[in-house]
Design a protein around this ligand. Structure first.
Ligand code: F6P
Length: 365
């Protein structure tokens, strides 16, 4: 007589050597999108599926987790997304903690979907929610850091940043040729909210004549004297890179597009470049133009660096789920993918240290 033993599918194959799993794992992307999100999703899906688990995508950030808007994720439907910008899951700035009933609804949805764990890919706001859900309700959350701003603590770099600075570099190289032809000054405004990483790195990469970042009080007199001197020395055009969060005067504070406030209390920045441009034109009497790069910095295909970093973090996040190390966040430290407590990573931004600024400032003293 032949005996047939029923073995669950999830116990038959071990591809990743960590152990098999019948886990059902949700994944979402929250906050501003950024190139590299899809490589992370692909990395998590592959790692969990290799171990026999099942993946569910929650659409539009925390909104999908509250309302139960889902999509199945498989190796097949995530295999060719590595090159795509944005996020196949969609995103939003929904904050479930804004209304207590939304948190309850989210917990219900988690139960209804039969999820064993949730991977939240996001910036400080999204990860802050993941941390609170773990802390307050012991929900099995894992965090993965993302933002073009590169301002998250406990990780050396965030994916999306490399793509963003390369976009700024390419745009600036193009602006340089027209600025030079017309002997103009061009002020380029970059994103970055309250951290000047994008402006500083793209300023270095494009040999900018001056860089303004939120971390350093703006010295208009110094900026104008440097620009004037360079012109007198024979360089008849100039590039100034200004971060959207740079503050021109403490009385006026940040320059905002429309003073809109999101669910997490953030104001929408933008426009400081126009003010800088007017000041320069007025003080120097040189034709000055402003270009606000805006969302172009977040669009399009990720660079190879961001594809690789996103993939490594995705695999790392998947492994944390399988090891049941909840309340943790994957991070890049040195060249290694490590994990840190979500609690330690959220709530404090990694702004530009003076050591980095001083290196860049060698070129505009
Ligand atoms: O945090 C990422 C970021 O791109 C910031 O650099 C910028 O200030 C903000 O998001 C813009 O947000 P939104 O896409 O909601 O306008």
């Amino acid at each position: 007589m032949v005996l047939t033993v029923m073995v669950p599918a999830c116990h038959t194959q071990l591809k990743n050597g960590i152990g098999s799993s019948c886990m059902k794992v949700g994944i979402l992307t929250g906050g501003g999108d950024c190139p590299g999100l899809n490589p992370v999703i692909r990395g998590v899906v592959r790692t969990i599926t290799n171990a026999g688990g099942e993946m569910v995508g929650l659409l539009q950030g925390w909104r999908g987790a509250i309302q139960g808007i889902t999509t199945p994720l498989t190796v097949e439907n995530t295999d060719d997304i590595i090159w795509k910008g944005g996020t196949i899951l969609g995103s939003s700035r929904t904050n479930p903690y804004k209304k207590p009933e939304d948190v309850q609804q989210l917990l219900e949805t988690f139960k209804k979907l039969g999820l064993d764990a949730l991977v939240a890919i996001g910036g400080d706001d999204t990860l802050g929610v993941a941390n609170k859900l773990y802390r307050d309700y012991k929900l099995n959350t894992i965090g993965c850091p993302k933002t073009i701003d590169n301002d998250l603590s406990c990780t050396d770099v965030t994916f999306g940043f490399d793509t963003a600075i390369n976009i700024v570099m390419e745009a600036t190289d193009r602006l340089r040729t027209t600025a030079e032809s017309h002997r103009r000054i061009v002020v380029i405004e970059t994103m970055g909210r309250h951290a000047g990483w994008i402006a500083l790195h793209s300023g270095i990469a494009t040999a900018a004549d001056y860089v303004l970042i939120p971390e350093v009080p703006v010295d208009v007199d110094h900026m104008c004297s440097v620009l004037k001197r360079r012109r007198e020395e024979g360089k008849e055009y100039a590039i100034v890179v200004v971060s959207e969060g740079a503050v021109l005067s403490h009385e006026d504070g940040f320059v905002t597009q429309d003073a809109k406030i999101d669910d997490f209390g953030h104001v929408s920045l933008g426009g400081v470049g126009e003010s800088v441009s007017k000041i320069i034109e007025h003080r120097l009497g040189v034709e000055t133009r402003c270009v606000i790069l805006g969302h172009v910095q977040r669009g399009g295909s990720p660079t190879a660096y961001d594809r690789v970093l996103g993939t490594r973090l995705g695999v790392g996040a998947g492994r944390l789920v399988l090891e049941k190390k909840f309340g943790r966040m994957v991070a890049l430290q040195g060249t290694h993918i490590v994990d840190v407590a979500l609690e330690d990573a959220v709530g404090k931004l990694k702004t530009v240290e003076m050591e980095y600024y001083k290196e860049a400032a060698e070129f505009f003293t």
